[in-house]
Design a protein. Structure first.
Length: 281
C-alpha cells in the first residue's frame, strides 16, 4: 500500500484520493468500497452502488465520488486529522470478491494562528539600561506550534508554554523573554506551525528618563553648617566692637576713669585760650 499526504485548513473542503477508478464500461454496482479512519472507524461504505454505512460524526460532511471513489469532507474539523484507508473490492461473484486495492492517505489539518501580539513590561530603569520582560502570544492554531524571535537579526531563546484542551484541539502559545535594553533595538516574534508562519515586529526603546534623585543633607551636615554660621556672626560682632574701642582710644588719652576721660576730651585746650586773649589786647 502506498501512503499519500494531504493538507487542509480548518473549515475548508478537502478530497482524499482513492487507489482505483471505475472504467467507463464498468459500474459502481460491481464494487464494494470502504473508507476507514485509523483502520478501525468506518467513515462510510458502499456496496452494489448504495451507501450502506456512515459514521455519525461525518453525517452531512462526507460524500464519495462514484467514479474515482474520492472521499470529500467539508467543512474540515481538527478531529478529522489522521490516516484514512480506501479499500476497494470487485464483486466478480458475491461469494468471492477480489481486493482491487488498498491505499492509505494521511490528512493533516491545520488552523491559522492569530498574528503574534507583543507586549512589554519594564521591571527596572537605570541611566545605563532598561530591564524589561517581553511577552509574545498567539492562539487558535493547530497543530502545536514553535515560537522564535530575533533581536537586531540575532536569534533569541524563548521560555515557551502551550495551552490546549487535548492533542486534537486548538493551541494557545505564549513566550516570555527577559531583556536588558541599552539602546533602541528591533524585535521580531514568529509563530510557525506545519509550514505556516506569522510574525510581528516591534521597536523596543530604551527609556530615556534618567533622573538622579536629590539626596537631602544629613542631620550632622545641617548642625555643622549652623555652628559655622553662628561662629561667623559672633566673630563679626566681636570685631566690630574691637574696632570701635580702638578708634576711641586714639582720639582720647587714657584717664583714671571713664568719666574723667570724657571730660578731658571735651575740655578746650589752655594754650588756645591764652592765645585768644592776647590777640584781643
Amino acid at each position: 500500500a502506498l501512503e499519500k499526504k494531504v493538507k487542509s485548513k480548518l473549515g475548508e473542503k478537502v478530497g482524499l484520493p482513492c487507489c482505483h477508478e471505475i472504467e467507463s464500461s464498468d459500474s459502481l454496482h460491481n464494487y464494494r468500497v470502504y473508507w476507514q479512519k485509523n483502520t478501525m472507524e468506518v467513515v462510510l461504505a458502499y456496496a452494489e452502488g448504495k451507501e450502506i454505512s456512515k459514521d455519525k460524526r461525518y453525517m452531512n460532511r462526507a460524500e464519495m465520488d462514484d467514479r474515482n471513489f474520492t472521499l470529500w469532507i467539508s467543512p474540515v474539523e481538527i478531529l478529522d486529522n489522521g490516516p484514512y484507508q480506501c479499500v476497494v473490492q470487485h464483486l466478480r461473484s458475491s461469494q468471492n470478491p477480489s481486493v482491487v486495492c488498498g491505499e492509505t492517505v494521511t490528512l493533516f489539518v491545520t488552523a491559522d494562528f492569530s498574528k503574534p501580539n507583543i507586549t512589554t513590561r519594564v521591571t527596572e530603569i537605570s541611566c545605563e539600561s532598561t530591564e524589561m520582560v517581553v511577552t509574545c502570544s498567539s492562539y487558535g492554531g493547530f497543530p502545536k506550534p514553535e515560537i522564535s524571535g530575533t533581536l537586531n537579526n540575532e536569534s533569541v531563546v524563548w521560555n515557551v508554554s502551550w495551552v490546549s484542551e487535548s492533542s486534537l484541539s486548538p493551541y494557545s502559545v505564549t513566550g516570555t523573554l527577559q531583556l536588558n535594553v541599552t539602546k533602541d533595538v528591533s524585535f521580531t516574534c514568529s509563530v510557525e506551525s506545519n509550514g505556516f508562519t506569522k510574525s510581528t515586529s516591534l521597536l523596543l526603546k530604551k527609556t530615556n528618563d534618567c533622573v538622579v534623585p536629590v539626596v537631602p543633607p544629613s542631620y550632622n551636615v545641617i548642625t555643622a553648617s549652623s555652628i559655622i554660621i553662628i561662629i561667623f556672626l559672633l566673630a563679626i560682632t566681636l570685631a566690630a566692637r574691637y574696632l570701635s574701642r580702638h578708634v576711641c582710644s586714639r582720639c582720647c588719652k587714657p584717664q583714671d576713669s571713664v568719666e574723667e576721660g570724657v571730660k578731658e576730651c571735651t575740655k578746650t585746650p589752655m594754650s588756645s585760650k591764652v592765645t585768644s586773649e592776647t590777640s584781643s589786647v
